[in-house]
Write a protein that binds this ligand. Structure first.
Ligand code: AMP
Length: 397
């Protein structure tokens, strides 16, 4: 069975064709600058060199047309006929309260996603463009929506309700939803395998640290809390996003002449690690600057790690314990310095990092000592594979 995984953004579209017999990626790539000057599609078949097709892409349909042409190409293609694609799995961002798990796409699902576009104006409309384009191209192939929010739908009400008038929850759907659910679920399942225990007997804290970052508390296989909220702006210090701040700062800056639109842009695109450091939103640049003695870069890393450490502490309290802590995402998987700084003051909980495993080894592995009461691991996330697995699971809904 072959599943095409699509992650459609407003002007980009990432894709992977995965053979689910062995979970092997047959081909993958990215369409960029859709609807903008200079658009192109990259395509990489397993074991072959990447090729780049520079062509005008008016919309997502144009991009998918090229992708399918390449998949079928006699030289670089990986399938002989289009019917070999058994299903399409879409990364979809916001499923609101309606979608508590992945779902086979039909008109009702699309309508509901349109309604939730209000809650995720940057993401849901783009996801829908990918879905519609795919439906036109392959009308007979079943499609599944895999929502970022679904895994967190198990949060108890006291975790997801905000302490503002209750009517706002009822009238405007304002509550914590959480995001990155597909990644948190994937690494939590992998962690359970590494622990050699069923997931429903474990308390796991998963730290997805990348351009966007979030932490989740996963008790007995269910997300019971997470750091992102109503939107992906909440929680930790991120590349350019502020994470949690005192909301009154917004009103204060508004009184100083910043419009709401400007503030929205500042909190989403000019804050976080970029805002504090003034160096970059990329943690490799910030670490380099910190190593060279840049005070603001040092402060940025301290703040980033401090927020994560205190959040981990909160989630240990939320679950009355923790069996393992997982690091994933670009920073979580690669930065031994940040992992060391985060774990340095968790010894009270029984966390003991193994310096060698943390610094010298790479890939998915334990980085705690054998004696460490709480196990710590690095797990390479694979959202595309999780989407493909979910697609197969829900194809017959
Ligand atoms: P992601 O959004 O998961 O792709 O993660 C992107 C982030 O990971 C960027 O801030 C990168 O700078 C960061 N990153 C990738 N490799 C490293 C590394 N070796 N050390 C520190 N940060 C890294």
């Amino acid at each position: 069975m072959k599943v095409l995984v699509i992650n459609a953004g407003s002007s980009s579209l990432k894709y992977q064709l995965i053979d689910m017999e062995n979970e092997h990626v047959l081909a993958k790539g990215l369409a960029e600058r859709i609807g903008i000057e200079g658009s192109q599609v990259s395509y990489e078949a397993d074991g072959k060199e990447e090729i780049v097709v520079k062509e005008k892409l008016e919309d997502h349909g144009d991009a998918l047309n090229i992708i399918i042409k390449e998949l079928l190409d006699p030289e670089v293609g990986v399938i002989d006929k289009i019917e070999e694609i058994d299903a399409v799995g879409h990364r979809t961002v916001h499923g609101g309260e309606e979608f508590t798990e992945s779902v086979k796409i039909d008109d009702k699902v699309i309508q509901k996603m349109e309604e939730y576009s209000d809650l995720a104006p940057l993401h849901n409309p783009a996801n829908l463009m990918g879905i519609r384009a795919m439906q036109e191209l392959l009308p007979d192939v079943p499609e599944v929506a895999v929502f970022d929010t679904a895994f967190h739908s198990t949060m108890p009400d006291y975790a997801y309700i905000y302490s503002i008038p209750y009517e706002f929850y009822k009238d405007y759907d304002i509550r914590k939803y959480g995001f990155h659910g597909t990644s948190h679920k994937f690494v939590a399942l992998e962690a359970a395998k590494m622990m050699g225990k069923p997931i429903d007997e474990l308390k796991i804290i998963t730290c997805h640290l990348g351009n966007g970052s979030s932490i989740a508390a996963i008790e007995n296989g269910k997300s019971i809390d997470t750091s992102m909220g109503f939107s992906p702006l909440a929680g930790l210090v991120m590349g350019t996003r502020s994470g949690d701040i005192d909301p009154s700062i917004i009103f204060y800056l508004n009184s100083k002449g910043y419009s709401m639109q400007q503030l929205n842009n500042i909190l989403n695109n000019k804050s976080g690690a970029l805002g504090i450091s003034g160096v970059s939103s990329d943690f490799r640049d910030i670490e380099k600057a910190a190593n060279e003695g840049n005070e603001r870069a040092i402060l940025t890393l301290r703040k980033f790690c401090y927020r994560i450490r205190t959040m981990i502490g909160a989630y240990v309290a939320a679950m009355d314990g923790v069996d393992c802590i997982v690091f994933t995402g670009g920073i979580g998987e690669n930065s031994f310095l940040d992992r060391a700084q985060i774990c340095r003051k968790l010894s009270f909980f029984g966390v003991k990092l193994d310096r060698y495993r943390n610094r010298e080894e790479t890939g998915t592995r334990f980085i705690s000592t054998d004696e460490s009461k709480v196990k710590v691991m690095v797990i390479k996330t694979n959202e595309e594979l999780m989407i493909a697995r979910e697609t197969i699971e829900h194809i017959n809904d």
